[in-house]
Ligand binder design. Sequence first.
Ligand code: GDP
Ligand code: GDP
Length: 455
Amino acid sequence: AAEEGFDPEEVEGAIEEAGHGPLPVLAVVGRPNVGKSTLVNRIIGRREAVVEDRPGVTRDRVTYEAEWAGRRFKVVDTGGWEQDVLGIDASVAAQAEFAIEAADAVVFVVDAVVGATDTDEAVVKLLRRAGKPVVLAANKVDGPSGEADAAMLWSLGLGEPFPVSALHGRGTGDLLDEVLKALPDAPEQTFGTALGGPRRIALIGRPNVGKSSLLNKVAGEERVVVNELAGTTRDPVDELIELGGKTWKFVDTAGIRKKVHLQEGADYYASLRTAAAVEKAEVAVILIDTTDSISVQDQRIITMAVESGRAIVIAYNKWDELDEERRYYLEREIETEMQQVSWAPRVNVSAKTGRHMEKLVPAIETALEGWETRVPTGRLNAFLGELVAAHPHPIRGGKQPRILFGTQAGTKPPRFVLFTSGFLEHGYRRFVERRLREEFGFEGTPIHISVRVRE
Ligand code: GDP
Ligand code: GDP
């Protein structure tokens, strides 16, 4: 009876939409100044130009959501990173490598007016090695006269060059049609459990929080000889480590170990690395340096992991350094600054002394368990029924919106759809989320709740 007023097809559609897993990822790569950022802006439909003249500009975000022809995907913008101390070739290769690593498909942007350069050729080699689908964008073809320039780029051996003008929009529709063909419907389900492989962990946090120290500590003597492990593909940037009797894959550890110190664009480079690692991981262990105040940069990293829908563990590191007074203030800070992940398991560790290292694995397992929890529809609706009866939505303008029924449309992370008779206020949604957590756990996982209002 609760379903009354809803078109069954609409219900099914809503559940399917809410249940889809993480979005496929498109990386846009190429040399500086070929028009990557302009193209990304075009793809995500952003009006304002964020094209900057200054090299090494720090940007908050590198991943955006986009939609074309009814399909949604993520775009990784590598355009904010410029020439650095390593020289141009190395820098382009490094930024492209990170982005390609995390992507399901790649748009390689070449300046058709300039033609293919040695640096472009170097990126082509990289793309070949990565083996990801590539769509070649011949940019700055602002008019028909540039088409010939675009055709020259067949020489790169990447197939048909798509002539586009990122600046004016010319040809970008055809390019995006091709991109959709290259992107998988849902990103490849490489999640460990499904394949019986090791679970994937990303160690993230701002520079100097102790990521590489922690990695070295946990790796210790237990480092697994990769070749002996059957059925695992060797990825040079990932590391298999045995902990608590199980093998775990720490993703993107090369980025942690390498410690590329860049003068310009280092922050940007760090956030690109973080985004790539998070995309590849199932669970993010976010390190916080307890000897320092919790910063905006910490918050940004947390937001990135939460928005990506990963399981999350917070590791408060450098615990060995804390005195009574700092500890007092730290707890106050955690209360105010860490609210957005108040549900995440917490471990107080020292990568230096090894303090509480043994608590890391149980915390990770708790988070993954919450991330994969599925509540049967019957149980969910019994719970929702009681919740609505005990705590109805406040009456607004003589009307009282009600939750009629709900279902969990997906896991990793848990995604719910609530069907209602009216708009639910933000505060009430928060209340429902809080009660869901109290009832069903969901420790260490973000949860998504979407609401469908009966017309
Ligand atoms: P990125 O470094 O690869 O991200 O390149 P940008 O997006 O910052 O663009 C570099 C310069 O090329 C800027 O001055 C853009 O306005 C210009 N540009 C980008 N796309 C086009 C295009 O399609 N046609 C023309 N004429 N200029 C473009
Ligand atoms: P990353 O940049 O996040 O990889 O950080 P590192 O692992 O390089 O650590 C940065 C600095 O913090 C180094 O000097 C480490 O020795 C120090 N450090 C890391 N973990 C701890 C810890 O638990 N206690 C103390 N006292 N120092 C630490």
